[in-house]
Design a protein around this ligand. Structure first.
Ligand code: OFO
Length: 171
């Protein structure tokens, strides 16, 4: 059976992964309707990835004899001032997620749940990749500044920009 404290921590993380997916979907929709077609593709993909993170955790909790609680949909912000605001928000959101993932790893150690500790390492590496990716995007945005031509180039680059390299193994 899954340790109760670990199960609760994982269920709280399921809510956060779901919320991340919705938040990035709202950002994708904003970008799509504000002339940033390339960036919207990047954000749609990112939203899908977050949903996979949630599903991976749901399956794990259930496989280990716990019960995954499926959260309701919380309406995220719908309007953003600029691309810079979007990516700064993603950066601080992902930093918060990294802290939460680390807290779960700590709980696993305290409860001596080494199986979940092992499972969580995938999320630890994923966060490392995501934070590196977002800071790369922010560097590009800073270089572009307010220049319309540079922002146009940025947007078309984003369409091709890879998301996470690792594949969320659902098995
Ligand atoms: Fe980037 O948040 Fe999922 O893990």
């Amino acid at each position: 059976m899954l340790n109760k404290r670990v199960e609760e921590a994982l269920n709280e993380q399921i809510v956060r992964e779901d919320h991340s997916s919705q938040l990035y979907l709202a950002m994708a929709s904003w970008a799509d309707t504000n002339g940033y077609a390339g960036t919207s593709e990047f954000l749609y993909r990112h939203s899908d990835e977050e949903r996979l993170h949630m599903l991976k955790m749901v399956r794990f909790v259930n496989e280990r004899g716990g019960k995954a609680i499926i959260p309701g949909v919380e309406k995220p912000a719908q309007d953003f001032a600029s691309m810079k605001q979007i990516f700064e928000e993603i950066q601080s959101h992902e930093q918060m997620i990294t802290n939460k993932i680390n807290e779960i790893v700590q709980i696993c150690l305290e409860e001596k749940d080494f199986t979940t500790h092992n499972f969580m390492q995938w999320y630890v590496s994923e966060q490392l990749e995501e934070e590196a990716l977002i800071s790369k995007v922010l560097d590009k945005l800073k270089l572009a500044g307010e220049d319309k031509g540079a922002l146009y180039m940025f947007d078309s680059d984003m369409e091709k920009m890879e998301g996470q390299q690792s594949n969320p193994n659902m098995a």
